[in-house]
Ligand binder design. Structure first.
Ligand SMILES: [Zn+2]
Length: 242
C-alpha cells in the first residue's frame, strides 16, 4: 500500500491552512501538523490553529493531531531582525529590501529538519510546508532550488526510511493560494497573517498588505475585513509581485 502520510508544517496562517485543504483534495493523508514557537513576537496565528483543525475535521471527518514545538532557544542563538529581535517592522511597503528585516536566520531549514525527524519516527512519508512564489525575492528558503536541495538532503540523511519534502505552492502566488482556498472551502476567517498580535489585522504591516492585496487580486473579499475596509483596500492596494 502506498504511504501517503504527511506531516504538515503549519502556522495558522492563510498559506499553510490552505495547504491542508489542498493536500486532502490531492489524496494525501495529513496525519499531524507541527508548529514552532521560535520566540516570534506573538503566537496569535498558533492560537487559531485549534479552530482550523476542528473545521477540517468537521468538513472531512478526519482528525489531525497537532504538535507545537518550543524552539525558543533560536532566540538566544540568532537574535536579529524584526520578527525575533527588536527592530521596527516595516510599514506600508512590501518589497524585498524592507522585508529583509523580517528574516529569521535559517528558519525553514530548521523547521523542516525538526519536522523530518518526527516524520521518520512516525513513518510518515512526507513533510510539507507552504512556501510560495511571492516570498522568493525575500526568503531564499522558499525558492524551488531550496526545496529541491532540502528534499535531496532528507533522502540522503534518511536513506533507510525515506522521507520527502513537498511544497505544493512553491510555484503559486499568494493570490493563487486564495483562489485555491476559496474553491476548497478553506475557513479564511480563522486564519491570521498580521505580524502584530492585535485583535484585528493592523492593515499596515507587510503581511497585512500582502494578504489583502492577494484577496483583491483573487477578487474575493477577506472575511477578516469589514466591508468598509474591503472597499478601501480595493482602491489603494498595489498588485502583489508575481
Ligand atoms: Zn498587520
Amino acid at each position: 500500500m502506498t504511504n501517503n502520510k504527511v506531516l504538515a508544517i503549519v502556522s495558522g496562517g492563510l498559506d499553510s491552512t490552505t495547504m491542508l485543504w489542498k493536500l486532502q483534495a490531492d489524496g494525501y493523508e495529513v496525519m499531524e501538523t507541527i508548529s514552532f514557537n521560535y520566540g516570534q513576537r506573538h503566537t496569535k496565528e498558533l492560537d487559531g490553529l485549534e479552530k482550523i483543525l476542528s473545521a477540517f475535521e468537521e468538513q472531512f471527518g478526519r482528525e489531525i493531531e497537532s504538535k507545537v514545538v518550543d524552539i525558543r532557544v533560536m532566540r538566544d542563538l540568532a537574535e536579529a531582525g524584526a520578527v525575533m529581535g527588536n527592530e521596527e517592522l516595516p510599514k506600508q511597503a512590501y518589497d524585498a529590501e524592507t522585508q529583509r528585516v523580517t528574516i529569521v536566520p535559517n528558519r525553514n531549514a530548521v523547521f523542516i529538519n525538526l519536522a523530518a525527524a518526527r516524520a521518520v519516527a512516525m513513518e510518515y512519508r512526507y513533510v510539507a510546508y507552504a512556501a510560495h512564489s511571492n516570498d522568493h525575492s525575500v526568503y531564499p528558503d522558499c525558492r524551488p532550488e531550496f526545496v529541491e536541495a532540502m528534499d535531496r538532503a532528507l533522502e540522503l540523511a534518511n536513506a533507510w526510511t525515506p522521507v520527502n519534502l513537498m511544497a505544493p505552492f512553491v510555484n503559486s502566488s499568494k493570490a493563487d493560494i486564495v483562489r485555491v482556498g476559496k474553491e476548497l472551502g478553506v475557513p479564511f476567517e480563522l486564519t491570521w497573517s498580521c505580524y502584530e498580535g492585535g485583535d484585528r489585522p493592523c492593515l499596515q504591516c507587510g503581511t497585512c498588505i500582502e494578504r489583502t492585496s492577494s484577496f483583491v487580486q483573487a477578487g474575493t473579499p477577506d472575511p477578516l475585513l469589514t466591508s468598509k475596509e474591503w472597499e478601501e483596500a480595493k482602491t489603494y492596494l498595489p498588485a502583489p509581485e508575481q
